[in-house]
Ligand binder design. Structure first.
Ligand code: ADP
Ligand code: MG
Length: 678
């Protein structure tokens, strides 16, 4: 029986209905069977102790008193009746259902569904039946509907489809796996996801599909990853280990254990004949830059070029300065290329890059999008990778360059998301801070405390320290943000008459920004009022205070990034968030900021508050959508599925044995959708 036949084969679905179903994106019988509820109405009778305030609940009891009926005005009425449930006497209230009055007789069994008020032991009834329920159909599926469809009608056609076809649903997962994870049969799961007769059923059905969905998703990822590895002409780089070691020893500080570990992971990749495709994540200030530097140095020892790409020109400039310091004495040629480098100088740099006279080229993403040709580019590193979007990888492929690639990000991504959004990549994590760092103290202040905040800033300035003041993000409009920064700058200039207050925003010319950054880093400017342009990467260790105006307008990870601009030296640093959040979630976010400095914990809590869809921001999410699985709560299943999938695609059994036939067929049928995954 082919469930891919048009849905019109289902009894009761004619031409017209089939057209309507197409609106719900249901074309085949299979589509219909796989049209899952997005939630359930629960009419299960529960024990009173399990009920929650203001939630919908169903209770079962006996009528204990004569109902009393009151009218207000012409049409409005309130019917009240006492109901005995176990040893408790409850009040049931019905509005505008006067007709029910004669149906309540003392001693009669009754089942009432409605809103539960725990404090008054009162249920405001919506449904009532004068008997005790059989346990059947007490959990009702709710489907998303459109146009003329009602949930009832969808339920009806799905029941019909189940009746005719559920027995023909074929298993996809190998028996052995199902046994291993105690998963029910697929047809049972389909039946129960639509018509659960208990929470137990629902749990089993859900468990089944969580695993199936995640496994299939991971199969695609892992297979794609395997193919990428095999097809790309990765090369093993002939690194000079001795020179690399000498370079590491020459650094002003010893690497942390975590830096050492991730460096080894990267160098191993560089030496291997496969193309590196690695994500390096590490909290703000964990020292990713030096790892990048060692990797690029390693390529130099193999006689190859590297490119370092960053999201902003300021950051490019800053990386350029620090790489130059590090490398020039070793006679390694570092160059900067941004869109503001033009004319003769640009031509000259391009020429030197193509001739292989530049070892390390630093710039914005224009590096790979413009006319730059390398002589022998072996490694591309992108810093603060989330700014580029997760689709950056595609650009490399389209350009036909296949260097080793390292993505660095300071936005710690909860592991669940890392392995789903970047499931095709290897992930290295720096989970340790350089020794001697003092945790930044974070405070949340209301707007009416601004005077105290400024007094505090002044105290730090008197001690020779510097401060950032970040201006509110009013909207995604450059103009508004700019205006704000200008206003705040003017105010602070009046307040801090003895100090130099600088201003920075996106509208300044690149030279002006560079100039301002230079003056700030030389401590000629003491307070830097800025829009979020300083968000990533900027490094001025003498700055110890970060003040963020209207902090509730920023995302948690953005606040964490901003906070990471201080605490980069030996001195105690502070982050002060000025915010009057209106919502509970807003308050909670401020609270979280004051409670933890750990970017990973923060991102996990952010994920819980926001849900995975919002985490990366819509445009660059790159996250798959699941019908049943949920990346926040099902992370264990995701890990298991990932391991299983990786094992499968790399095993001969998967490609040969009958038990895997369905999975294999399905996987091969996905080839045409490769682009989506990409
Ligand atoms: P991020 O990971 O945010 O890019 P950076 O690479 O900018 O962090 O490093 C932050 C600061 O820590 C820099 O000033 C850097 O020199 C310093 N640093 C990096 N690694 C170490 C280490 N192992 N010991 C001491 N300081 C370090
Ligand atoms: Mg950095």
């Amino acid at each position: 029986m082919d469930l891919n036949q048009p849905v019109i084969h289902v009894k009761g679905i004619g031409e017209a209905r089939a057209v309507e179903l197409a609106d719900l994106n249901i074309h085949t019988i299979e589509d219909l069977l796989m049209y899952f509820p997005y939630r359930y109405e629960d009419f299960q009778v529960k024990d009173l102790t399990e009920l929650k305030q203001d939630e919908k609940a169903t209770i079962e009891g006996k009528v204990h008193s004569e109902p009393s009926l009151r009218y207000y005005g012409r049409k409005k009425s309130r019917l009240t009746v006492k109901v005995l449930v176990g040893k408790y006497l409850l009040t049931a209230v019905f509005f505008n259902r006067a007709f029910l009055k004669k149906q309540f007789t003392i001693g009669q069994p009754v089942t009432i569904t409605g809103k539960w008020d725990q404090h008054r032991l009162t249920i405001t009834g919506q449904h009532v039946t004068f008997s005790h329920q059989e346990s059947e159909e007490t959990i009702e599926p709710v489907y998303s509907v459109k146009g003329d469809w009602t949930v009832k009608r969808v339920r009806h056609v799905i029941h019909q489809a189940l009746h005719q076809y559920v027995q023909h649903i074929e298993e996809i997962l190998p028996e052995e796996l199902r046994r291993q994870y105690k998963l029910i049969e697929r047809k049972q799961a389909v039946q129960w996801i639509h018509v659960p007769q208990s929470h137990e059923h629902l749990k089993h059905a859900r468990r089944y599909f969580v695993y199936e969905e995640l496994l299939m998703f991971q199969l695609k990822m892992q297979w794609w990853r395997k193919q990428e590895k095999e097809k790309t002409d990765g090369k093993s780089r002939a690194l000079d280990q001795e020179k690399i070691q000498a370079f590491v020893h020459s650094l002003p500080f010893p690497l942390t254990g975590a830096q050492q570990r991730v460096t080894d992971e990267i160098l191993t990749d560089l030496r291997s004949p496969y193309r590196m495709n690695r994500l390096l994540q590490g909290d703000v200030g964990s020292g990713k830059t030096i790892v990048a530097a060692i990797s690029m140095f390693a390529l130099v020892t193999a006689g190859m070029q590297s490119a370092l790409m960053v999201p902003t020109e300021i950051l490019a400039e800053q990386h350029y300065e620090s790489m130059k310091d590090l490398f020039e004495k070793l006679e390694i040629k570092v160059e900067l290329l941004t869109s503001s480098i033009k004319g003769k100088r640009r031509t000259e740099i391009l020429q030197r890059v193509v001739e292989g006279e530049v070892d390390i080229l630093i710039g914005t993403h224009a590096l790979i999008q413009e006319e730059v040709q390398f002589k022998n580019l072996g490694l591309v590193i992108t810093d603060e990778q989330h700014r580029f979007g997760v689709n950056q990888r595609k650009v490399f492929r389209q350009k036909g360059i296949t260097p080793d690639v390292l993505f660095m990000t300071a936005t710690p991504i909860p592991r669940t998301l890392a392995i789903s959004a970047f499931g095709d990549m290897d992930v290295s994590t720096i989970d340790e801070m350089p020794a001697g760092r003092k945790p930044i103290e974070t405070y949340w202040a209301k707007h009416d405390m601004l005077d105290r905040v400024l007094a505090f800033v002044e105290k730090e300035l008197r001690n020779g320290r510097q401060a950032y003041v970040i201006c509110p993000l009013i909207e995604e409009s450059d103009k508004m943000d700019f205006q704000n920064a200008v206003d705040v700058h003017a105010q602070l200039q009046q307040y801090f008459t003895n100090f130099n207050v600088g201003l920075m925003h996106g509208r300044l010319a690149v030279e002006e920004k560079e100039d301002m950054m230079t003056r700030f880093s030389k401590n000629e400017v003491h307070i830097l009022v800025s829009t979020t342009v300083v968000e990533v990467g900027v490094n001025v260790p003498n700055a110890t205070v970060m003040v963020v105006y209207d902090a509730e307008r920023f995302g948690l990870s953005q606040l964490h990034q901003l906070r990471g601009r201080v605490g980069r030296g030996d001195a105690q640093s502070y982050c002060i968030l000025i915010a009057d959040p209106k919502t509970d979630v807003g308050k909670e976010r401020m609270q979280i900021m004051t409670e933890t400095n750990d970017g990973f914990e923060l991102s996990q809590r952010d994920l819980e508050l926001r849900g995975p869809g919002d985490f990366f921001g819509k445009k660059q999410s790159g996250l798959p959508e699941f019908k049943v699985a949920d990346l926040v709560h099902d992370y264990r299943a995701l890990e298991v599925a990932r391991e299983d999938a990786a094992k499968m695609v790399n095993s001969a059994a998967f490609w040969e044995e009958d038990t895997y036939a369905s999975l294999r067929t399905w996987l091969l049928s996905q080839v045409e959708h490769w682009e989506e995954l990409d």
